[in-house]
Ligand binder design. Structure first.
Ligand SMILES: [Zn+2]
Ligand SMILES: [Zn+2]
Length: 235
């Protein structure tokens, strides 16, 4: 029996990547993403292609490899689960371009950028795409439309996985300037609320550290609309 210390927690995912089992990967991605949809399927597919093409194993989470995602949509959840590059392990970089695309890069700068071809879901599943517009975007669908959409949506998600990559992706080898390793900062204690703050986020008021919300300072926020600067007093 191998000890838990030597265990690779991502073994099952890596096995599915290298044995070519994208259906299993999409099922696992559903645990994170909460539903099956064509764009998370495309993220899974793109992630697996990039991992295989760059020959990456067990390196993720240690910042030996980084993923640069260009959208905060379903696609990026597929990328995260398959590459293991996440928000929390500092190997996910978010560029707010609003493109369904991502780059996987090694520390050496060797990288692969994959972007989703326009209309690839619309072309393969016109009924589903039209229903999506009606039910989700315009909120005009009947209950029947909604049930039908759910059915079609799951079906197209799994079908997407079996389409040859070149039909749905633009794939390009690129050289990437990989940012330096995330630094580990000291913590300081906010003089107002008493909570710890990563040092570069602290402000100084009357010679004492204070956190951003207590000092009502500007901060960055990422929402479904993308990244923005919030100025509390101007709310
Ligand atoms: Zn989704
Ligand atoms: Zn505070």
């Amino acid at each position: 029996m191998i000890s838990i210390v030597d265990e690779n927690p991502r073994q099952e995912i890596e096995d599915a990547i290298y044995s070519g089992d994208p259906h299993k990967l999409l099922r696992i991605s559903g645990m994170l993403h909460g539903h099956y949809c064509p764009f998370s399927a495309l993220g899974v597919k793109a992630g697996a292609r990039a991992m295989r093409e760059l020959g990456i194993r067990k390196a993720t989470g240690m910042e030996e490899v980084v993923a640069i995602v260009e959208t905060n949509s379903c696609f990026s959840d597929g990328v995260q689960i398959v590459t293991g590059c996440t928000f929390g392990n500092n190997s996910l970089i978010y560029r707010d371009y609003g493109k369904t695309a991502f780059t996987l890069a090694k520390r050496s700068g060797e990288g692969l950028r994959i972007s989703v071809k326009p209309d690839c879901v619309q072309e393969r599943a016109p009924e589903a795409a039209n229903l999506f517009r009606k039910v989700i975007v315009e909120r005009q669908g009947t209950e029947e439309d909604q049930a039908r959409l759910m059915e079609l949506w799951v079906d197209i998600s799994f079908k997407m996985l079996d389409v040859p990559d070149e039909y749905v992706f633009f794939i390009k080898r690129i050289n990437v300037e990989v940012p330096s390793y995330g630094r580990i900062f000291d913590s300081v204690k906010c003089s107002v609320c008493g909570e710890n703050i990563m040092e570069p986020r602290a402000r100084i008021r009357r010679g004492e550290p204070i956190c951003l919300p207590c000092s009502e300072s500007e901060y960055y926020q990422l929402t479904g609309d993308g990244m923005s600067i919030i100025t509390p007093r101007m709310k």
